[in-house]
Design a protein around this ligand. Structure first.
Ligand SMILES: *[C@@H]1O[C@H](CO)[C@@H](O)[C@H](O)[C@H]1NC(C)=O
Ligand SMILES: *[C@@H]1O[C@H](CO)[C@@H](O)[C@H](O)[C@H]1NC(C)=O
Length: 489
């Protein structure tokens, strides 16, 4: 009840700010017209059928992943005017079930500040966004990051708070102070924010508040010992199956064998947390969440005891082939997370089955046999893990990039090889199911091994639908469904 009253008051405060709201509303309307017009120029060849992508332009980190006002919301870092990164807006989509996504008007547009990543909370009446305002300054390093609020009473239109910033500086004054993830517990709101130490080690800060306006610094939840990077972005912090998980995206972690091969990492530390002392005690070392080429800035939400994650299905500093088609970047499928034996298992959200449609294909595929599919397919592959497996996925009309999936029992690693020398591989010891579940969309592959103990998310660019060839020295059992469209085209 306390929370509810404070949220309504905040919303009223924002609405009182009418003069600048008028200009802001005009800019928003012009932006929606621009998007509608620009959409006509998009080349659809790589547009996903069931993954969220920006209507036009550039998308990166997921933001404000939440269940508010009876719907799921997924916002994202958005630059509508080009298919490369630019001044950050917040794009917005909503969903009844985490697989069907409806495009909504752009939620935040930059003014003096760029609208960097953040999160959303609310109840049935008001939704509050907390985000990082990234502003230019005159002195080194020429930017400053503070935390802003914005409100909505309809879940579609957002007004920025008049009294921004609500958090003006990190305890050590670091200019890198971003990506607030808020949650409520009892009479408090809590927030974790990514930052760094004075000597360039990533860290996560914990604060609390009773009204979202006034924040009290509680503790440094965790920080890099030097090996875990110079900056920790996009933190999230939650309980999962009796433990606490600190999820974050560290920058500056060095490649080590098969690990940390992306430019920036995304992973988690399992431990214990005490709300009285505000102390997080790490118990298990940092682990990557996903082993594919394209996975970053994952964020989670909890609903009815289930914890769901979604991530940016791209990576920094790589070629985004779809950029020449008028858009760039998409989200992974939403996954449900569980904790088992000191690691996170990820499975596609249960409602993914609602996307299945005819034709369903089932049968054995012998050496060098080929099956052809449309652009959106779900595949189940069962084979003898005591023998080698090799599957080749290509486009029916060629490809800008294709992929080989391999298993060698002598090595004990699952391999995802796009043929460009940048091979991803990781040890797999099935804890139950021995099946590979593969989600293919027009320009992506997600491979879930067994119970989700090993997952690879990689962008792949086939042309004209998918073609699967079994290159294994054994027949493999295959079951496939074609998947229906669940996002705007
Ligand atoms: C960032 O700007 C705020 C004012 O909006 C100021 O209070 C704060 O000290 C600045 N932080 C740094 C690191 O300069
Ligand atoms: C990524 O690319 C940017 C821009 O070209 C460059 O400034 C940055 O150093 C690169 N980062 C890494 C880790 O390669």
């Amino acid at each position: 009840m306390i929370l509810r009253i404070s949220l309504i008051l905040l919303a009223l405060l924002a609405i009182a700010n009418t003069r600048s709201v008028k200009n802001y509303e005009t800019s928003k309307r012009e932006l929606e017209e621009y998007i509608r017009d620009k959409k006509k120029d998009i080349d659809p060849r790589f547009r996903p059928h069931y993954h969220l992508a920006p209507p036009v332009g550039w998308m990166n980190d997921p933001n404000g992943f939440s269940f508010v006002m009876g719907e799921f919301h997924l916002f994202y870092q958005y630059y509508p005017y080009d298919s490369v990164w630019g001044p950050m807006h917040w794009g917005h989509a909503s969903s009844p079930d985490l697989v069907h996504w409806k495009e909504l008007p752009t939620a935040l547009i930059p003014e003096d500040e760029q609208c960097f990543s953040g999160s959303a909370v609310g109840d049935s009446n008001t939704m509050v966004l907390m985000y990082t305002a990234h502003s230019a300054t005159d002195t080194r390093p020429y930017y400053n990051e503070t935390q802003y609020l914005a409100f909505s009473t309809d879940g579609v239109n957002f007004d920025k708070h008049r009294g921004n910033p609500v958090l003006a500086r990190a305890p050590n004054g670091s200019p890198d102070f971003r990506d607030p993830k808020v949650w409520g517990r009892g009479r408090y709101w809590y927030v974790v924010i990514g930052s760094k130490t004075d000597d360039e080690r990533g860290r996560v800060l914990l604060y609390r508040s009773t009204d979202l306006l006034n924040w009290e610094f509680l503790s440094v939840l965790a920080e890099s010992d030097g090996d875990l990077g110079y900056m920790w972005e996009c933190p999230d912090f939650f309980e999962l199956d009796g433990k606490w998980v600190l999820l974050m995206s560290p920058q500056g972690v060095e490649e080590k064998g098969d690990r940390y091969k992306n430019v920036y990492q995304n992973g988690y530390i399992i431990g214990d947390f005490n709300y009285e002392t505000h102390e997080f005690v790490p118990e298990v070392e940092f682990q990557e969440m996903d082993y594919g080429h394209d996975f970053y800035a994952a964020q989670t939400l909890e609903k009815e005891g289930r914890r769901y994650a979604v991530a940016w299905f791209n990576m920094w500093n790589v070629t985004h082939h779809e950029a020449e088609d008028g858009w760039a970047g998409m989200m992974t499928t939403v996954r449900e997370m569980r904790l088992f034996n000191n690691r996170i298992l990820m499975k596609p959200v249960e409602t993914t089955v609602n996307l299945r449609q005819e034709p369903k294909l089932e049968g054995q595929l012998y050496l060098n046999e080929v099956v052809e599919f449309g652009q959106a397919v779900e595949l189940f592959i069962d084979a003898d893990l005591d023998q080698k497996i090799e599957l080749h996925l290509d486009g029916r009309s060629g490809a800008l990039s294709k992929v080989w999936l391999r298993w060698d029992p002598q090595v004990g690693k699952v391999v995802v090889d796009r043929g460009d020398g940048d091979v991803r591989q990781v040890e797999w010891e099935p804890i139950g199911s021995r099946t590979w579940r593969i989600l293919l969309d027009a320009s992506s592959l997600e491979l879930f091994c067994g119970e989700g103990e090993v997952v690879f998310s990689s962008r792949v660019f086939p042309l004209g639908g998918w073609r699967l060839t079994n290159l294994s020295p054994q027949p493999v059992n295959m079951l496939s469904y074609s998947l229906r469209r669940s996002v705007a085209d």
